[in-house]
Design a protein around this ligand. Structure first.
Ligand SMILES: O=P(O)(O)OC[C@H]1O[C@H](O)[C@H](O)[C@@H](O)[C@@H]1O
Length: 304
C-alpha cells in the first residue's frame, strides 16, 4: 500500500534575530537561516538528528551560528594558510575573518521550488555578485541550492563574472550529530595523505578507519567522493557523497578547545563531529571569466 502523500510545508519563522525557513516533508524536517544561507538542523522523522545544532547556539545578526552547515567562502580557515593564488585575491582590508566573508551576511532567497514531495530553496548573495564583499572586489555569482527529499543535497555554485581569473577556497562546514564521539569512525580515508594542523601542519598518511580519542583537526587530501561516518552508539551510518571536491576537513575540538569555543557547551564535543566537504590547499578552485564551479554534498543515513 502506498504511503499517503503529504505535501511539503515551507514556513518562514524567526529564530532570535534571524529570519529562517522551516521545511517539513513526509520524511524529514529542515531548518535554514537566510543569514549565511546556513542549514541549521536536519532530522528525519523518528530518527536522531543528522546535523548537529549547538544547544548554546545564538541567533544574532552578523554572527555565524554554531552548528548546522556554515558556508566557508571565498577562503577556508585562516587566509594566511591558503595558497598564494587565493591570498593574492584579497585586498588590504584589515584582518581577514576565519572561514571567509559570507557566514554572517544576508543571503537572499531567490526561489522555493516544490516537485514530487521534494523542496528546493535557492539562495544567492547579492554582495558577491556586485563585488562588494570587504577586501574582495571580484564579481562572482554565488548561489546555494538546498534540496530536501529522501536525502539532503547542498550545491554551492560560484560563477566568475569578472574579466580575469579568480582563485578561491571553500567548504560546506557540516556539523554532524553523533551518539558518542568515542564510538564513531570514518570510513573512506584509509591510505590518504592528510595535514595534521595540530602538529605544525605536518603531512601524514591515514591508516585504516579514523577513530577519535583527542582533539582532531586534519585536512585530508585527494579524498574519494564517498565518506561514511559509522556511529556504533546510534547504530547508524551517515553517508556523505561529495562532488566537485577532493579535500575534506575532519574536526572535533575535544575537551580543552571546547571550553574556549563560543556557543559551545563544555561537554558538546561528545555529540558532534565536523566532516567538511571542501576545496582547500591544492584543491582550491580557479575560475576563468564566465567559468563556474559547483561544490556539492548529498547526505543520508542508513541503519547499521
Ligand atoms: O570557530 P569557527 O571559526 O567556526 O571554526 C571552527 C573550526 O573550523 C574548522 O573545522 C577548522 O579546521 C577548525 O580549526 C576550527 O576551529
Amino acid at each position: 500500500m502506498n504511503e499517503p502523500f503529504t505535501a511539503p510545508q515551507v514556513e518562514r519563522i524567526e529564530m532570535g534575530e534571524l529570519p529562517c525557513w522551516r521545511i517539513k516533508t513526509a520524511a524529514a524536517e529542515l531548518l535554514v537561516a537566510e543569514q549565511g544561507a546556513q542549514v541549521l538542523s536536519y532530522q528525519r522523522h523518528g530518527e536522531q538528528p543528522l546535523i548537529w545544532l549547538s544547544e548554546q547556539a545564538e541567533f544574532r545578526r552578523g554572527l555565524s551560528v554554531r552548528g548546522g552547515v556554515p558556508v566557508c567562502w571565498p577562503w577556508f580557515g585562516d587566509l594566511a594558510r591558503n595558497p598564494a593564488g587565493v591570498r593574492a585575491m584579497r585586498e588590504d582590508h584589515g584582518p581577514a575573518p576565519a572561514h571567509g566573508e559570507v557566514r554572517g551576511r544576508d543571503w537572499r532567497l531567490q526561489d522555493i521550488a516544490k516537485e514530487n514531495g521534494a523542496v528546493t530553496l535557492t539562495f544567492d548573495l547579492p554582495q558577491s555578485a556586485s563585488g562588494e564583499l570587504p577586501g574582495w572586489p571580484h564579481a562572482l555569482d554565488l548561489t546555494l541550492a538546498i534540496r530536501l527529499d529522501e536525502r539532503l543535497d547542498l550545491s554551492l555554485t560560484t560563477r566568475n563574472r569578472s574579466s580575469y581569473r579568480v582563485a578561491l577556497s571553500q567548504a560546506l562546514h557540516t556539523y554532524l550529530a553523533v551518539g558518542d564521539i568515542r564510538e564513531v569512525g570514518i570510513e573512506g580515508l584509509d591510505g590518504l595523505r592528510y595535514i595534521e594542523t595540530l602538529e605544525d601542519w605536518d603531512e601524514r598518511h591515514q591508516r585504516g578507519i579514523l577513530n577519535f580519542a583527542g582533539e582532531t583537526d586534519r585536512i585530508y587530501l585527494d579524498t574519494p567522493p564517498r565518506l561514511d561516518l559509522v556511529d556504533a552508539s546510534w547504530k547508524r551510518r551517515i553517508c556523505l557523497e561529495a562532488s566537485g571536491s577532493h579535500s575534506a576537513i575532519v574536526w572535533n575540538p575535544w575537551i580543552d578547545k571546547a571550553a574556549r569555543l563560543s556557543q559551545f557547551a563544555d561537554d558538546a564535543w561528545q555529540r558532534m563531529l565536523c566532516i567538511e566537504t571542501a576545496n582547500v590547499l591544492d584543491d582550491a578552485v580557479e575560475l576563468a571569466p564566465e567559468q563556474s564551479a559547483t561544490l556539492a554534498l548529498c547526505l543520508w543515513s542508513e541503519p547499521l
